[in-house]
Design a protein around this ligand. Structure first.
Ligand code: ADP
Ligand code: ZN
Length: 211
């Protein structure tokens, strides 16, 4: 299965990607995670992206498109993949089409702006390995400590409330038009985000089993 996950920042794309990845045994490709790793490792791409990512703006199309091109060429993508956080602009979607990447579906996770703002304030991320948690919905076993690696859990700089409002604005202006883009290709599926993560996962898996 080749799947695109759409949705506002904090809609739960990453969490659902994990569930789908396990069920279908395909890798999740998160441009956000790739860029943050580059940033941490101080690579040239990371340095280029830093100002954008910290302020919640989108990293330029050419940078993310080249990340995706390289990543999709890797062997583990041959049986399918989940794109989490790409494409985020029409030119990025067009680049995928130009690369002749045939997508089965673009699944949009629908969550209201009000709920997004609420959710983002509880989000925590491991500063060592990048795993995501939530103080209410996805608690670590020990408060403030990553289950996977023991690293400290921190608030991402771009999850500060003012930045979240800006990111939502960018989402509606720049990313949401992708829903029409994929609707026109007959590939759009929408799933309503539920208040319990497990309920959203059930809906997502049931919906995917029908395609
Ligand atoms: P979230 O899912 O919470 O929005 P991500 O980890 O997907 O967060 O993205 C964090 C940041 O990384 C974005 O705000 C943006 O700066 C950058 N980024 C990730 N993917 C893309 C993309 N496809 N195009 C442009 N910028 C991106
Ligand atoms: Zn960790």
């Amino acid at each position: 299965m080749r799947l695109i996950l759409l949705g506002a920042p904090g809609a739960g794309k990453g969490t659902q990607a994990e569930v789908i990845s396990e069920k279908y045994n395909i890798p999740t490709i998160s441009t956000g995670n790739i860029i943050r790793a580059a940033l941490k490792n101080g690579t040239e791409m990371g340095l280029k992206a830093k100002a954008y990512i910290d302020s919640g703006r989108l990293v330029p199309d050419d940078v993310v498109i080249s990340i995706i091109k390289d990543r999709l060429a890797e062997a583990d993508c041959h049986n399918g993949f989940i794109l989490d956080g790409f494409p985020r602009t029409i030119p990025q979607a067009e680049a995928l089409d130009t690369m002749n990447v045939k997508i089965d579906a673009a699944l949009s996770l629908e969550v209201s702006d009000r709920d997004i703002v609420k959710r983002m304030s509880g989000r925590r991320v491991c500063e060592k390995c990048g795993c995501s948690y939530h103080i209410e919905y996805k608690k670590p076993t020990t408060d403030g400590v990553c289950d996977a690696c023991g690293g400290a859990l921190v608030i991402r700089k771009d999850d500060e409330p003012d930045t979240v409002i800006d990111r939502l604005d960018i989402y509606h202006k720049t990313t949401e038009p992708l829903k029409s883009y994929y609707k026109n290709q007959g590939k759009l599926i929408t799933v309503q985000g539920q208040s319990e993560v497990e309920d959203t996962s059930k809906l997502v898996l049931a919906t995917l089993s029908e395609i």
